[in-house]
Design a protein around this ligand. Structure first.
Ligand code: FE2
Length: 240
């Protein structure tokens, strides 16, 4: 008899949203705000490899360097569009997040921030976690073949490697990571402490996803106080 005691859950839900409409809305937003975005980013949108637009309340942050702390800010433009679909989508994400949380805490969660990831050819995302957040979600708006799977790392990978257990045949117990395909209209929700990464996008088509963090409902969230794990910490400086 084998029983699981400490497992790592990932919540999966497939929506029926019009992803073409969402995709158009994202690119339309970038086109409409191109001048502002390029001015803030200091780069031509076309040449920006990985573009990340983060919204918190009435602020949008443009980040052109992956998941580091956003460096550029643009005020007074916080909605992608006036399309109701965005509000419906975010409210659906919150509903699912609050279903998921029932398994762990007697808390109500809200979305603290959300961001759009435009990942072009050859882009990838290094392993990271999302500090100061309870759950993290990702929803795929546009994907194509070989555009890069999401990888969730096995929190016990180090221990398993020590014992030589990370060898085939792989099962859910002895693999160092698990791959999740970026299927359009699919939402993945997971603990923000779960280290994850995104594989290289080998497709010519940009992979478009909406990500978000969820915090406890009564928490006042301040994005400027957020820290990302791969931001340089003391001791991470290069040795000279
Ligand atoms: Fe992430």
């Amino acid at each position: 008899m084998l029983k699981d005691f400490f497992s790592v859950p990932v919540y999966i839900h497939n929506f029926n949203y019009d992803t073409n409409l969402l995709s158009k809305s994202c690119f339309q937003y970038m086109t409409d705000n191109r001048e502002v975005i390029e001015k803030e980013a200091g780069e031509d949108i076309k040449s920006i490899y990985d573009l990340q637009l983060t919204w918190v309340k009435d602020e949008i942050k443009v980040n052109t360097e992956g998941f580091e702390e956003p460096k550029y800010s643009i005020s007074n433009s916080y909605k992608l569009d006036n399309l109701d679909v965005w509000n419906n989508l975010l409210s659906d994400f919150e509903k699912h997040g609050n279903e998921f949380v029932k398994n762990f805490y007697n808390k109500k969660l809200k979305i603290s921030e959300f961001w759009i990831n435009v990942s072009r050819k050859n882009n990838f995302v290094q392993p990271h976690v999302h500090p100061k957040s309870v759950f993290t979600g990702v929803y795929y708006i546009q994907s194509s073949e070989n555009c890069g799977d999401l990888r969730m790392e096995n929190p016990f990978a180090t221990q398993l490697q020590m014992t030589g257990a990370l060898e085939p045949p792989y099962t859910k117990y002895n693999t160092s990571y698990w791959k999740f395909p970026p299927i359009e209209n699919r939402l993945y929700l997971f603990h923000s402490w779960l280290r994850h990464s995104v594989e290289v996008n080998y497709s010519d088509v940009p992979r478009l996803s909406l990500s978000f963090n969820m915090v406890e409902e009564n928490v006042v969230y301040n994005m400027h106080e957020r820290g990302f794990t791969h931001k340089k910490e003391p001791g991470q400086e290069n040795i000279k």
